[in-house]
Design a protein around this ligand. Structure first.
Ligand SMILES: Nc1nc2c(ncn2[C@@H]2O[C@H](COP(=O)(O)OP(=O)(O)O)[C@@H](O)[C@H]2O)c(=O)[nH]1
Ligand SMILES: [Mg+2]
Ligand SMILES: [Zn+2]
Length: 308
């Protein structure tokens, strides 16, 4: 048993969470030493990218005593739970591919999540070596017009287009399973550290997965976080207003609707519906937003225990 006196002599070291296994965390110290840590009684309040204070219980074992204030936090949520992806990142790269095909719903939801968390985004279309690539690239032109940076790359043959965007930043890589996130990390780290195309053992999911967020250092000031594959970027935690505010193409018109509480669904005098009529906002984006708001209302009605 540890006496009180011994406890006060144990060292507290500052580090950064480099892997979030759910119950356990891998924390890296300034000297690059990594230690497996627990966080007793407060599950889920530490995540990849967090700056933490660790009390060492052994040479490679510790417990997280304190989680530092976060600059930002990206997570997704549905009616049942919230899943943190990472904290303290400089930007998010949303990785897409021509195959499996681009899900614009996933892209739009990721864009809203990042904007609501005030995290800049780069949209990267991977697998530029595939013949389906040119058609997929065309679907991203409207996003470029909204002001998003769009790049094309191939994790298999050429990650160079991504490099200038990563420099001196902590980047969180998100995307549906099979887009090439792990392959991209391996190309950047120049050794196979991330698990590519790994099949889960669980039969019902059946998807290629990385099962937890993991932080990789590319150089002193540059790092990238690989995230687990997930199919939907749930936005249950946002209010309807936050969703509208997180759409940069809507922003110039917000506040110009006839009704102050306009939800831009079918209200008369809606400035966003009018902007779609004039071709200034895309009908597809309005439709994405309206479907999202309708689903959102339905879910919140079924789960009134959640504060909106
Ligand atoms: N042709 C081609 N295949 C790729 C490319 N990047 C990844 N892949 C393949 O796509 C599959 C999924 O890659 P993975 O990195 O596991 O995707 P993740 O689920 O997003 O981490 C693997 O079979 C990769 O070899 C690419 O640039 N071109
Ligand atoms: Mg992966
Ligand atoms: Zn409106």
């Amino acid at each position: 048993m540890t006496t009180r006196r011994e406890k006060s002599e144990q060292v507290v070291i500052e580090g950064r969470v480099v892997a979030d296994f759910g119950r356990e965390f891998l924390v890296e110290f300034a000297d690059r030493r990594q230690v497996v840590c627990t966080r007793k009684g407060r599950r889920q309040d530490a995540t990849c990218g967090d700056f933490v204070e660790v009390r060492l219980n052994g040479p490679a074992q510790g417990s997280i005593e304190r989680v530092g204030t976060r600059r930002n936090l990206l997570f997704r949520s549905d009616q049942w739970n919230e899943k943190t992806l990472a904290a303290n990142v400089d930007q998010v790269v949303i990785l897409l591919a021509p195959k499996p095909p681009i899900s614009e719903a996933f892209l739009n939801m990721s864009l809203v999540a990042c904007d609501a968390a005030r995290i800049p985004v780069v949209i990267a279309l991977n697998k530029s070596d595939l013949p389906e690539h040119a058609a997929a690239r065309k679907t991203l032109v409207p996003y470029e017009k909204m002001g998003y940076t769009v790049i094309t790359m191939s994790a298999k043959f050429d990650v160079a287009p991504l490099l200038p965007h990563l420099e001196k930043k902590t980047t969180l890589l998100v995307g549906q399973s099979g887009m090439g996130k792990s392959k991209t990390v391996n190309a950047l780290v120049l050794s196979d550290v991330a698990r590519v195309g790994e099949l889960t053992t669980s039969r019902d999911s059946g998807a290629h997965t990385t099962t937890f967020s993991r932080f990789y250092r590319l150089d002193k000031d540059t790092s990238i976080i690989d995230t687990p594959g997930f199919q939907s970027f749930g936005l249950f935690h946002l209010t309807e207003d936050q969703i509208g505010d997180a759409m940069p193409d809507f922003r110039p018109y917000l506040g110009a609707c006839k009704f102050n509480d306009c939800a831009h669904l079918s209200e008369p005098g809606c400035a966003i519906i009018a902007a779609v009529g004039k071709g200034e906002v895309s009908a597809a984006r309005l439709s994405f937003y309206q479907v999202l708001i309708e689903q959102h209302r339905e879910l919140h009605e079924q789960h009134p225990e959640w504060k909106k």
